[in-house]
Design a protein around this ligand. Sequence first.
Ligand code: FMN
Length: 219
Amino acid sequence: MKLLHVIASPRLAGSTTLTITDALLGGLAATAPDLEVETLDLFQADLPAIAGDNIEAKYTLLGGMPVAAEHRESWAQIERAIERFRAADVYVISAPMWNFGVPYVLKYYIDCIVQPGYLFRFDEHGIPRPLLEGKRMLVVSSSGSDYREASPLHALDHFEPYLRSIFGFVGIEEIRFVRAHGVDASPASREAGIARALAEAEDVVAELWPTAAEAATAA
Ligand SMILES: Cc1cc2nc3c(=O)[nH]c(=O)nc-3n(C[C@H](O)[C@H](O)[C@H](O)COP(=O)(O)O)c2cc1C
């Protein structure tokens, strides 16, 4: 089982999001020892531009034609990024909320890999259909404020709905969110937000790998 960990926080050691992810990955490693974890740090990655040859190639594909010979070398970089993504069975995305949405590197990555003929296709009626199947995703996040359902800020949360939409669009239906809310509001709010997220991370591990989790508890 291959897990791709996509990091979209620039803070690394000081990152609240990654502290929660570390706990989750630690839990997964204990319950699913066959897990092969690969890390993709988007702030260090040299992602291909969606401009120049690549934007030409994309519109050629959208027009139902194969990529032209003069764009193929450049397009191969996009294909490599897509292949790396497609090779995983499980994804863990670590991303804080930035300006009510996702950090720009994560949007950039999504713009690179969500391509026609690779992650989705158009059917004979021109309706887009997903091309991924059987994959699971966990999104770990933190935000300065609280966006839970009862919060007055809930309507401003474009982070979770966006990620559900775009990854659902390509066929990843099973997406679980582990979010630490309100971590910059006050020390008490931070403590409570992180404690809730850590408890959720534990539940998610047990839900995803119930047999392994039971075996670990019994041992
Ligand atoms: C550029 C930027 C934009 C942010 N925008 C929001 C926001 O819209 N809402 C919010 O609640 N917190 C926002 N924050 C706060 C972060 O979401 C919060 O500090 C988070 O815990 C950072 O995660 P990290 O430590 O993993 O990087 C923002 C922080 C930065 C740096």
